[in-house]
Design a binder for this molecule. Structure first.
Ligand SMILES: *[C@@H]1O[C@H](CO)[C@@H](O)[C@H](O)[C@H]1NC(C)=O
Ligand SMILES: *[C@@H]1O[C@H](CO)[C@@H](O)[C@H](O)[C@H]1NC(C)=O
Ligand SMILES: *[C@@H]1O[C@H](CO)[C@@H](O)[C@H](O)[C@H]1NC(C)=O
Length: 371
């Protein structure tokens, strides 16, 4: 047999050159987008193009549904949240909040001290449990649940995309023995993603016997670097057990939570919703809902696997106007007291709520703080 050395024909040479040029161009473009995203300030449209294929960018933020819990009569909060979600590119479904007084004594959770606890705390608990029950009853694969006074960054989808990558890597290190039944862009090994809280501690700040097993401890924290939507350090609040000076500026931390306060926003997987409903709904209840939710994570009740992020991606907004209108859990009836002249949201740099007028006019969002 005679073997013949191969020489490319002119036509083959041309194909080779074209392929090389196309490859080089696409590499250069993706590099440029990456660079712009990381260093530029207005890079959000570039970021969304980079990740646009991920389900995180779909109309329910990569979950099957997005729920907001709110009392039906707080039409003011529904107006704001509806407009904010539309301008960020996602759809909300409402779950009616519950007045504590409407829960009869017979339906009280075991251990609830009705005379000692505010009725509004009972109502808050019932509203969240109704959301959990809805997820379980409808057989949803996952859902994000938020309270109705939330605010978030105008770059929410790209933030969630970075969070999804970090959370997926983090989960590789712990509880990978149980996979979710349906694929999630946020990883395959989570029960709860607690992405809106007002104060937090890390797993390593828990007593030793409550921390993750030693072979999983290396993976309990992932850092997202050069996040241009992280506020300047002087404007970050809510560190209960660590100092921001230990981290480079523009760092966001994705981690296994120790103790969280405030149930601003959390996602549940199908398995997570069942575990949560069992413990939060049926095992008795004697404290505020968010403290109880924190127990669920910290004590890893029912094998609960929680992932958090700080600075939080969802934070309650403090609107311009009468201060007592803020909360339906604490505060007065909204009729007489101090007036806040300028609204604000802690920890959210490009506040969607404060930029509503800019956004409806098609203008660029502004930061709350320059430095
Ligand atoms: C968004 O993505 C999630 C996760 O893949 C999926 O469950 C959900 O159905 C998607 N939403 C829409 C509206 O397609
Ligand atoms: C998975 O691992 C955790 C921690 O090692 C353990 O507590 C749990 O029982 C395991 N679950 C299954 C289904 O094997
Ligand atoms: C929280 O951060 C501030 C500002 O960096 C710092 O002064 C304070 O000590 C921190 N709190 C704790 C508990 O580390």
């Amino acid at each position: 047999m005679v073997s013949r050395r191969w020489f490319p024909t002119p036509r083959e040479q041309l194909v080779f050159v074209v392929i090389t040029v196309v490859l080089a161009l696409s590499l250069w473009t993706s590099h440029r987008i990456h660079w712009k995203t990381r260093l530029g300030t207005g890079g959000w449209s570039l970021t969304s193009r980079r990740h646009a294929t991920s389900d995180v960018f779909n109309s329910t933020l990569g979950f099957e549904r997005v729920f907001a819990i709110g009392l039906p009569e707080r039409s003011d909060k529904r107006d704001a949240l509806t407009l904010m979600a539309a301008l960020t590119g996602f759809k909300l479904s409402w779950i009616n909040g519950v007045a504590g007084e409407s829960v009869p004594n017979k339906a009280l959770p075991f251990g609830w001290d009705r005379p000692a606890m505010p009725e509004t705390n009972l109502g808050s608990w019932r509203g969240h449990i109704n959301a959990m029950r809805h997820i379980v009853a409808s057989g949803l694969t996952s859902a994000l649940v938020m309270e109705d006074d939330m605010d978030w960054d105008t770059h929410l989808k790209s933030q969630l995309s970075d969070f999804a990558s970090a959370a997926t890597s983090l989960q590789e290190g712990f509880y990978h023995n149980q996979s979710l039944a349906s694929p999630s862009p946020y990883g395959q090994h989570w029960d709860m993603l607690w992405i809106g809280s007002c104060a937090t501690t890390f797993d390593e700040h828990l007593p030793l016997d409550l921390q993750l097993p030693e072979d999983q401890q290396d993976s309990r924290k992932m850092l997202i670097a050069n996040d241009v939507t992280v506020p300047p350090g002087t404007h970050i609040t809510g560190n209960a057990s660590f100092s921001w000076t230990e981290y480079a500026p523009q760092t966001r931390i994705v981690y296994v939570p120790g103790d969280n306060i405030c149930s601003f926003a959390y996602a549940l997987s199908a398995a997570g919703a069942r575990k949560a409903l069992q413990y939060m709904g049926l095992e008795g209840q004697h404290k505020a809902f968010d403290n109880h939710l924190s127990d669920l994570c910290r004590l890893r009740v029912n094998g609960m696997r929680c992932v958090s992020v700080v600075p939080s991606l969802f934070v309650h907004h403090r609107p311009r106007g009468r201060v007592s209108r803020d909360s339906d859990i604490s505060g007065g009836d909204g009729s007489k007291d101090d007036v806040r002249e300028v609204g604000f949201t802690e920890n959210v740099l490009y506040s969607t709520r404060l930029n509503l007028q800019n956004l409806v006019r098609g203008m660029e969002p502004e930061r709350q703080w320059e430095d």
